[in-house]
Design a protein around this ligand. Sequence first.
Ligand SMILES: C[S@@+](CC[C@H](N)C(=O)[O-])C[C@H]1O[C@@H](n2cnc3c(N)ncnc32)[C@H](O)[C@@H]1O
Length: 329
Amino acid sequence: MSLYHLQMERRSLADTVDALRALGEPSRLRIVAVLRHGELTVTDLTEVLGQSQPRVSRHLRVLLDAGLITKHREGSWSFFQVIDEATELLADVLAHVDVDDAELVHDRARLDDVRSRRSAAAEEYFEQIASSWDEERALHASVQAVEAAIVAAVGEQPIDRLVDLGTGTGRMLQLLGAGTSRALGVDASHSMLSIARANLDAESLRHCELRQGDVYRPPLDARAFDVAIVHQVLHYLEEPERAVAEAARLLAPGGRLLVVDFAPHRHEFLRDEHAHRRLGFSHEQLSGFALAAGLADIELTDLAPPAGADGLTVTICVATAVERLEGAA
Ligand SMILES: C[S@@+](CC[C@H](N)C(=O)[O-])C[C@H]1O[C@@H](n2cnc3c(N)ncnc32)[C@H](O)[C@@H]1O
């Protein structure tokens, strides 16, 4: 573990007492025990604990004030999760609790029910759009080939902090998120995020976070990530260059941006039936977006469509954030 993480986890004496006080209550200990399995809403927690919403909300307020959990909004819902810095403290405290304690066993069973319902709802939504996705996918190189090329483009160097802009169903987090210390997916669509949440739950990728947000204004600090990926999102956008500039803003010096999208094509039906705004991007366009965003070392790779088909070429563009000089614009 890095020195940075060790420092992050140290609390003052007073804060440690506050945290332990907050945990010194059965329902609150049960809440953090279930939140360690992933983020949940008040409604989810109400169901898991079998307690009223006002009561659960009061407990959540105490845990928030003690700096043990955090909250983020997604439309009209709020999701609660354990904060990174509290993970070890909670693991230490919960290590003393019998895992077969009847209440904890009951909570885990109810949590499984909540998650199964979430996955079922997500699958139902995905069923509705799956055929249109299949139609689109049949036109380009196999998903496996595209994903292998993305992994190769990222390289063997492990990713520390990853952001996936327009994460959709969270596929890129599943592909690249496993070894990261932080992996965050941003998407405008609540339905997509529900599917992503179910997918990440299914693979126990608990450290991967999801946020509802706009790729034009991602609700994230500048220079906070080592890799940003924008996979099959630019062609939906009115102003793709603005999204690339925002993605570049999120990169620490030396960080890399991966844009994966279609090369220019003539499939008008993607505009009419699949809401594409752009019929692909040329190397010049993608390089231009990256250069305008202040990125350098641009590399472009094309993946050809299936043989014989009037298909879609997939282009992978990798560009690197350079250290900005003091006083430079
Ligand atoms: C084809 S999906 C790709 C999802 C994912 N990157 C993948 O490859 O599986 C495009 C995603 O972009 C999201 N999206 C489109 N415009 C957006 C915007 N302005 N801000 C955030 N997300 C957006 C959509 O909600 C959708 O989930």
